[in-house]
Design a protein. Structure first.
Length: 225
């Protein structure tokens, strides 16, 4: 019930004018292949297993993925790659995430973003992130079983560190990002880094299915022990 109330307040948020204008502009000026669809065009909430031990964090919704479908990592190429890997590692019931009614169920995993709206150029300002951290803070507090945070990409990783810097005296240099890096946070949660499942990273070979599944299976094994 508390998460439901939080998610309603996220969806109703209009605090950052730049983000509100951009997300609504995209919802009107649609991509050609989605002209027949009604875009979501509002902030995106987290979703998944509310008793999960693993919190997976992206930076923000994609312009024609989450901002279109209303669910993060849904309906874009990053989602195509990510959910094939999550399914193979046992974190969900199917290898696809295409819309909110596709039957997807996450297992021991809650998926969210540090920023709830799509930002221009995929680059939020520090003030926009700081404003949105109040929602991220409430998510972490309400998800009582979270022991591990897996950040998808360096920017999401840094966002997690900057979130913790608001409450603890820690320094970015003490948390080195790499694919598979593990660091203990001040509240004893484990922060794990992962390359972002973006088309660019996949196409250049920086990340591939073998690397991602290997990391996810290791995380799952550690959570199960």
């Amino acid at each position: 019930m508390a998460l439901t109330k939080l998610n309603k307040s996220i969806i109703d948020c209009r605090q950052c004018d730049r983000l509100v204008n951009f997300r609504e502009k995209i919802a009107t000026e649609k991509r050609k292949q989605y002209l027949h669809e009604d875009y979501w065009g509002k902030p995106i909430t987290g979703y998944g297993d509310e008793k999960a031990k693993l919190l997976m964090v992206g930076l923000a919704p994609a312009a024609h993925g989450g901002n279109r479908t209303g669910r993060v990592f849904t309906g874009d190429r990053s989602a195509d790659f990510l959910f094939k890997c999550l399914f193979e590692a046992g974190f969900c019931n199917q290898p696809i995430s295409i819309n909110k009614n596709d039957g997807l169920v996450l297992k021991n995993l809650y998926l969210t973003t540090a920023l709830k709206c799509v930002p221009p150029g995929d680059k939020p300002t520090s003030l926009e992130l700081k404003t949105c951290f109040k929602y991220f803070n409430q998510e972490i507090n309400l998800l009582k079983n979270i022991s591990t945070i897996l950040a998808l990409g360096k920017i999401a990783y840094d966002a997690c560190i900057n979130y913790y810097k608001q409450q603890y005296d820690i320094k970015n240099k003490d948390y080195i990002f790499s694919h598979g890096s593990q660091n203990k946070l001040p509240d004893n949660k484990i922060l794990i880094g992962s390359y972002h499942p973006s088309p660019r990273n996949v196409n250049t070979g920086r990340i591939n299915k073998i690397k991602m599944v290997r990391l996810l299976r290791k995380v799952k094994k550690d959570l199960d022990n």
